[in-house]
Design a protein around this ligand. Structure first.
Ligand code: SAH
Length: 369
């Protein structure tokens, strides 16, 4: 059997793994055994799975594989943020970021190579769309991070306590693979994360928000960025298809059964574009229509972009208007600035990346792998 015909078990959730072992004539508990080896123990060689019979280990080596993206570069920021550039087949690169905080560690995971949505202020959008990541490539990021962080921190403690689908791509445009990967994140035999510790961020693909609720109701973040359609149409072109009213209705349906659940609305602060007092007042009115909180994100500039980050005083003024009107609001602290790991900076084609990472390598002390 050729390599290309091998099934990559990395991307199989419980249902798919059980179906796979059934197809080999094996009992369903094999699925749990293998999932534990792979995701808890970090084993990627079937020969090491000692509670499987020798015959099954040989059979798996012949017809299955466990592959994850390849590490291309690995950088550590002064503030502890760590960013990896990963290579996936098709001469493509994706990025993954780990953000350690006092009480949690958040892994920011990519869902696509590039993105189709082309939001005006987003670096990933500028590189166009290349392809969807497979479920194995999505969960493979969590798998890699878990084991590389265990080495870095020399501990068995769970370091990745939260996953955010906020890296490159629009996760709801790669729905099935993202849901499969999030199922694996939640599985007790794998990463055991609760739904509320997984956040999916979307620019607002309305029909898919309803599907997500049915399939895998994780925490939802919505990239709003403007309080009215006229401005949002310019910043988030997807708004022309699904305007704010439809988006808010979908958000309300998403949290309808839960008294406590709230949607996080992300709002990137662009100087002179969406950060006027009038915008804050409009946003207050909009927030009265949905159980949500607002997260203000200082814009992260990148080469070739005209937008500017709002000054701190404008961000604070905007925040105060929301706060005084009773809207829950936070300002996101920018992390990993020195390694270009901040939101919306995850971009660039492989050629560009190759040149850049060669430059990085020349600088001693930056690369930690
Ligand atoms: N496609 C999804 C997830 C990826 S982007 C989405 O739109 O939500 C994750 C977050 O970073 C989004 O809120 C996005 O709008 C924001 N973002 C993109 N570019 C940015 C930039 N240059 N500065 C700050 N935030 C940015």
């Amino acid at each position: 059997m050729s390599d290309t015909a091998k099934t990559n078990l990395m991307g199989l959730d419980r249902a798919a793994m059980e179906a796979y072992f059934a197809s080999l004539g094996e009992k369903s508990f094999r699925a749990s055994q293998v999932m534990k080896w792979v995701h808890q123990e970090g084993v990627s060689d079937f020969a090491e799975m000692t509670n499987l019979s020798k015959a099954l280990r040989t059979q798996l080596t012949d017809c299955a594989e466990l592959t994850v993206p390849e590490i291309f570069s690995d950088r550590l920021s002064q503030d502890g943020t760590r960013k990896w550039l990963l290579r996936v087949p098709g001469k493509s690169a994706i990025e993954m970021v780990f953000i350690p905080e006092r009480t949690r560690g958040t892994l920011c995971v990519s869902s696509q190579v590039g993105c189709t949505l082309d939001c005006a202020f987003c670096a990933t959008g500028k590189q166009g769309y290349n392809r969807d990541l497979t479920a194995a490539e999505i969960i493979g990021q969590v798998w890699l991070a878990k084991h590389m962080l265990a080495e870095q921190y020399q501990t068995d403690r769970r370091l990745v306590s939260n996953v955010v689908m906020m890296g490159m791509g629009e996760p709801l445009m790669n729905f099935d693979n993202v849901v499969t990967a999030m199922n694996i994140m939640q599985d007790d035999f794998c990463f055991g994360l609760s739904k509320r510790r997984i956040t999916l961020s979307t620019a607002g693909v309305v029909p898919k928000i309803d599907q997500l609720k049915a399939a895998c109701p994780v925490s939802l973040a919505v990239s709003l960025h403007a309080p009215n359609d006229e401005l949002r149409n310019q910043l988030v072109p997807l708004n022309r298809k699904y305007p704010i009213k439809q988006l808010m209705a979908a958000c309300n349906r998403y949290v309808a059964d839960s008294q406590r659940a709230r949607i996080t609305f992300e709002y990137v602060m662009l100087e002179g574009i969406n950060d006027e007092l009038q915008h804050a007042r409009e946003l207050v009115e909009l927030m009265k229509t949905v159980p949500g909180k607002v997260n203000l994100i200082p814009f992260n500039p990148f080469p070739g972009i005209d937008f500017k980050r709002s000054s701190n005083s404008r961000i604070n003024r905007f925040r105060d208007v929301l706060h005084e009107a009773g809207t829950i609001v936070t300002v996101r602290r920018t992390r990993g600035d020195d390694i270009e790991a901040a939101c919306g900076q995850l971009a660039g084609d492989v050629m560009d990346r190759t040149r850049r990472s060669e430059k990085f390598r020349q600088k001693q002390g930056e690369k930690i792998q």
